[in-house]
Design a protein around this ligand. Structure first.
Ligand SMILES: [Zn+2]
Length: 70
C-alpha cells in the first residue's frame, strides 16, 4: 500500500511503497505520469522504469526493469 499520494498536477502523482525495491527491499519512491512510471530507491540508489498493470481482481501490479544506478 502507498504511504501517501502526492498529486503534482492532473497527470502526475508520487507515492512511496515500503519494501518494494527489487534490489534491497527498501522503500521505493514512485512517480506516475502519462509518460509511464519511474522509481528511485533512496537506500541503494537504483533508478527504474517499472510498468504498472491494473487487474480487476488483484489490484495493481508493479513490474521492475532496472534502468540505471545513481
Ligand atoms: Zn533499493
Amino acid at each position: 500500500m502507498p504511504t501517501e499520494i502526492t498529486f503534482i498536477d492532473e497527470n502526475t502523482s508520487e507515492f512511496q511503497l515500503a519494501h518494494a525495491c527489487p534490489t534491497c527491499d527498501g522503500p521505493l519512491e514512485l512517480r506516475v505520469s502519462t509518460d509511464g512510471a519511474r522509481s528511485f530507491c533512496a537506500k541503494c540508489h537504483v533508478i527504474g522504469r517499472p510498468v504498472l498493470k491494473r487487474d480487476g481482481h488483484r489490484g495493481m501490479t508493479l513490474f521492475h526493469r532496472h534502468a540505471a544506478l545513481a
